[in-house]
Design a protein around this ligand. Structure first.
Ligand SMILES: [Zn+2]
Ligand SMILES: [Zn+2]
Ligand SMILES: [Zn+2]
Ligand SMILES: [Zn+2]
Ligand SMILES: [Zn+2]
Length: 170
């Protein structure tokens, strides 16, 4: 071991002594290559665009304001007052039964006969609403709601400053 160390020492001495001249200069002058320049960091949220689509209007720049029609409660139809929305009016003669009970000449046997006024149907179709039971709401034209397009107040033209990079793009 001692011998080996001694040899090592001698070798290093030799190397040291030999490290002179142009060889040494070239070794010392060899500067390590500079690390590759990091790629320009770009905001991953906006991709460097500095703005992102507005979340409120989904980038459209305008929002649709919807209000429901109070006259028809949003259904688009109003019930017929005449028939109460049923579309038919009960026959007054038979009270909607379609049959009337007649006494057979004083005998105590009830005989049901078809109502002549309504031909046994028990009701008449409502003439006011033509049997549908409702009318199209006049206030909203049957749509049930009103919509109007308004400018989005959260953005300009659908874009907002990127919250990730605060508009720097990086
Ligand atoms: Zn918006
Ligand atoms: Zn309506
Ligand atoms: Zn009847
Ligand atoms: Zn009606
Ligand atoms: Zn960004």
């Amino acid at each position: 071991m001692k011998v080996a160390k001694l040899i090592c020492f001698c070798v290093s001495l030799l190397l040291f002594s030999s490290c002179r001249g142009p060889v040494t200069i070239t070794v010392r002058g060899e500067v390590p290559p500079p690390p590759p320049a990091p790629p320009p960091s770009v905001c991953h949220m906006c991709g460097g665009a500095r703005t992102v689509a507005c979340g409120v209007c989904k980038g459209r720049g305008s929002v649709e304001m919807v209000t429901y029609c109070s006259a028809c409660r949003g259904s688009g139809n109003v019930a017929c007052n005449q028939c109460g929305g049923r579309g038919s009016i009960a026959c007054a003669t038979c009270r909607g039964a379609g049959t009337i009970v007649e006494f057979d000449f004083g005998r105590k046997v009830n005989v049901k006969v078809q109502c002549r006024d309504c031909a046994g149907r028990g009701n008449f179709p409502c003439t006011t609403c033509r049997g549908s039971g409702h009318f199209t709401c006049r206030s909203c034209g049957g749509r049930g709601r009103f919509s109007q397009v308004a400018r989005c107040t959260h953005c300009g033209n659908g874009r907002v400053t990127c919250p990730q990079c605060r508009g720097t793009g990086r």
